[in-house]
Each structure stands twice: as structure tokens, then as C-alpha cells.
Write a protein that binds this ligand. Structure first.
Ligand SMILES: *[C@@H]1O[C@H](CO)[C@@H](O)[C@H](O)[C@H]1NC(C)=O
Length: 427
């Protein structure tokens, strides 16, 4: 008799163990990762009409119809080759079409849409220097997430942005459609559970646009939670530095002036210029001997730095977007790094915009100003139907939030809360 009850107890215990093993993953809401700018691989191929900029680039051009890695490509680090890379990465705004496109003769594609594969490392042959979401994905796997089963990646051509209604935006719009389909597919293959979206940086801006371009009914059905890491809701002063003087990608070997034109050509970079609504019409962000530029003066600023081609697309396409931070009604968590010195005011001297400026720093994550990281709190205050939680992690920078132990622990904790809330409300 006693033996019998022992056996029963044993069976009960092992059943509980088996159930808890199965239960964790099967109760997880599907999760989709939306990377930031530069946060996934891109591939390109050159057609016959492509004209390389100069002899070196011509000699080293990849042969026609052969797909190669465009991003991240280590030749960007090699002085004479930086120019070849930059030309293939450059976008062109066509006034007649009112849209952006690649350099003629350069075709591009985003590998592995739907999978996390192209977000883990920006170049799988250079894992040690190009790691991106690998540590984050590892922590998620420990929670029971599996690529292609309940975990997905939504890489995109991050050079392109979006445009407000009435303006074509072929690449960005197509991405939002693909992301929407991926969300619906992820939900369908996980028992109809709504999806968690986890974005980093620029990815947060795309995700919010997707939500706001779909109906409230769609959002309720498909979106469980939106967690945005390091999102630059109102742009950054750092971006004005990039437009004026180029940004070396944090690599000392790269001459910022060699990549400046390419960086200026990127539509999403325009999107990340400081928003007048947030940074105010009078606060000077860039100071030169003769002029002060606030966020409201960005058209003049673009003109004065020698990028007058950017003024019209900025005014007609970008500016109307920057104010669009509508509350989607789905629960949102912003997780941000703070206490890292972040460019707040740029001083340019007599040498003009080609020389790096003197910088006054303020609070933020090293890239994004605190004001911008906290913009949703301000924008959505007093909106009772918009659950918003802001989690600040001190001394964590814009991208180290994806690998810092404290940050990863916090992300995982949030996810288990989101997933277990689901259990309570379901039972
Ligand atoms: C620019 O701003 C600084 C600091 O706010 C101020 O002292 C200066 O007078 C301004 N210069 C011009 C040209 O408006």
C-alpha cells in the first residue's frame, strides 16, 4: 500500500517536472526582435550599369550578379576602400518620384527575414568585433525561446525611413507590411497568442509607426506588449554631429569625412535629427561664430553644412513624422540607459564643419539624449488608456544595453512578468 502511494507520488512528481518543462516554453508569447540602425546584415550585388567611383573601386568590384555582404563589411575600415563602400551604401532622393533609392546599379537585399540569424552578428566571419543581439538572444533562449518557433527577427534596410501619408516610401512601407505579416504568422503558429515586440533604437520608431498605421482592433488582437530599448523618440544631437562632420562609426581608423556623404544620404539618419517639438524652438544645439541652430533651424543647418539636397525631403517627409508619437493603446515598456555623457551642444569654430566640434555633454545613453529617451513619458502623460513603464539602467550605454548583465537580467524579468500575467488573465 505504502509502496503504491510512493509510486503514485513518484509519477506525480515526474509528471509535474515534465509539465513544468513543457509548460514554460508553450506559455511564452511569441517574440519578435526589431533591430536598430546598422543592426543587421545587408547584402548587395552590382549590375552592369554600376559605375564604381574611381579605379581602385573598379578593380576591386565584385563581379556582376554575385551577392556579397554590404553590411558589415570590414573594408569600410581601410582608407582607400572606404570610398568604395560608401558609394555602394549611398541612397539617392529623387525629387520627381519623391522617394529614395539605391545608387544606380546597386541591388540590395536583407538576408534571413523572420529569423534572428542576421541580428546576432553583423558579420558572422568577424564575430568577436561585430556581435549585436547575440547575448540578448542567448538569455532569451535560456527562457525557452527558440528561433523560428516562438522567436523571430525582423531585419530591414535601415538606411531607408518612412514617410507621412501622401508620400511614397517604397522600401520602408514594404518592410512594415512584411513585419505585419510576420506578427500575424508568429501569432498563428503559437496558438493565436498575441506577440511581444522587442526593439532596439531606431527599430522602436518603425514599430510604433506600424502600430499606428493599423487599427486598434488589429493591435488588440496581435500585440501583447511593446518593449523598446534605447529608443530615440525625439532624435539626438549626435545626429547633427554626424550630418555636419561625419561619424567614424566609433572606429578610430575611419576618416569621418569619407563616410559623411553616405551618412547624409540615409533617410533614417534624417529621421533621427532632433525633433523641434521635443528639443524646443529656441534651445541652441549647434553654435557657430555667427549662428545658433535650434532644432527648428535644421533646414538652415542642413543648407549651411553643405547638404542643401536634404532640405526638401527633411521638410516634407521627415518633419511631419517626427511629431507622430501617438499612443497605440498596447502596453509599452521603455528601457533606457542613463548617466552616460551624451552630446548636448556642439560648438564649431572658424574651421567650419569639417573639423570635429567642441562638445558640451549632458545626460543620456551616450548617443541619445535623456530628453529623447523619455519623450513618451512626456507625450503620453495623462493618457489613462496607455500603459507605459520606464525602466532606467544607470551607466549603461546605447548598445551595451544589449549585453550588459544587469540590463539582460532586467529584460528577462520583464518578459517573465509579461508571460506570467498572461497565465493569470487566461485562467
Ligand atoms: C547663441 O547662444 C548663446 C548661448 O545660448 C548665446 O550666448 C549667444 O548670444 C547666441 N548667439 C547668437 C548669434 O544668437
Amino acid at each position: 500500500m505504502e509502496e503504491m502511494s510512493n509510486i503514485i507520488r513518484l509519477i506525480a512528481v515526474s509528471m509535474a517536472m515534465v509539465m513544468s518543462m513543457c509548460q514554460v516554453p508553450s506559455n511564452l508569447h511569441p517574440l519578435i526582435l526589431v533591430p536598430g540602425s546598422g543592426g543587421n546584415q545587408l547584402e548587395a550585388r552590382l549590375t552592369k550599369i554600376y559605375e564604381p567611383p574611381g579605379l581602385i573601386c573598379k578593380l576591386l568590384s565584385h563581379r556582376s550578379s554575385h551577392w556579397f555582404r554590404l553590411w558589415f563589411d570590414p573594408t569600410v575600415l581601410v582608407g582607400p576602400l572606404t570610398k568604395c563602400f560608401a558609394d555602394r551604401m549611398t541612397l539617392h532622393y529623387d525629387q520627381e518620384k519623391d522617394d529614395y533609392s539605391n545608387t544606380p546599379g546597386v541591388e540590395t537585399r536583407v538576408p534571413h527575414f523572420g529569423s534572428t540569424q542576421s541580428l546576432l552578428y553583423l558579420n558572422p566571419e568577424l564575430k568577436h568585433i561585430t556581435g549585436y543581439m547575440a547575448p540578448l538572444v542567448k538569455s532569451l533562449e535560456l527562457q525557452g525561446y527558440r528561433d523560428g518557433e516562438n522567436l523571430y527577427g525582423a531585419p530591414y534596410d535601415f538606411r531607408y525611413g518612412l514617410a507621412p501619408e501622401g508620400h511614397p516610401s517604397f522600401v520602408g512601407t514594404e518592410y512594415l507590411q512584411n513585419l505585419k505579416k510576420l506578427i500575424e504568422k508568429a501569432s498563428a503558429s503559437n496558438g493565436g497568442k498575441p506577440v511581444i515586440i522587442l526593439s532596439h533604437s531606431l527599430g522602436g520608431l518603425f514599430a510604433l509607426q506600424l502600430f499606428n498605421r493599423n487599427s486598434a482592433t488589429w493591435r488588440q488582437k496581435y500585440i501583447k506588449h511593446f518593449m523598446a530599448l534605447s529608443a530615440p523618440w525625439g532624435g539626438t544631437v549626435q545626429e547633427m554631429l554626424t550630418f555636419a562632420s561625419g561619424y567614424s562609426l566609433g572606429v578610430p581608423l575611419v576618416d569621418p569625412l569619407l563616410v559623411r556623404d553616405e551618412q547624409r544620404s540615409s533617410e533614417s539618419n534624417l529621421w533621427l535629427l532632433p525633433s523641434p517639438k521635443l528639443f524646443g524652438p529656441t534651445t541652441p544645439l549647434v553654435i557657430t561664430e555667427n549662428t545658433n541652430y535650434s532644432a527648428l533651424d535644421i533646414p538652415q543647418f542642413l543648407n549651411d553644412i553643405g547638404f542643401s539636397q536634404g532640405v526638401q525631403p527633411y521638410k516634407t517627409r521627415i518633419l511631419p513624422l517626427t511629431g507622430q508619437l501617438f499612443a497605440p493603446g498596447v502596453p509599452v515598456t521603455c528601457m533606457i540607459g542613463t548617466g552616460v555623457k551624451t552630446p548636448e551642444t556642439l560648438f564649431y569654430g572658424r574651421d567650419g564643419f569639417d573639423k570635429p566640434p567642441d562638445i558640451i555633454y549632458g545626460d543620456g545613453d551616450g548617443t541619445v539624449n535623456l530628453l529623447s529617451l523619455l519623450a513618451l513619458e512626456k507625450e503620453w502623460s495623462g493618457k489613462p488608456n496607455q500603459p507605459l513603464k520606464v525602466i532606467k539602467i544607470p551607466q549603461v550605454s546605447h548598445t551595451s544595453i544589449l549585453k550588459d548583465d544587469v540590463a539582460l537580467k532586467q529584460i528577462v524579468t520583464e518578459f517573465s512578468d509579461i508571460n506570467s500575467n498572461a497565465l493569470i488573465s487566461a485562467s
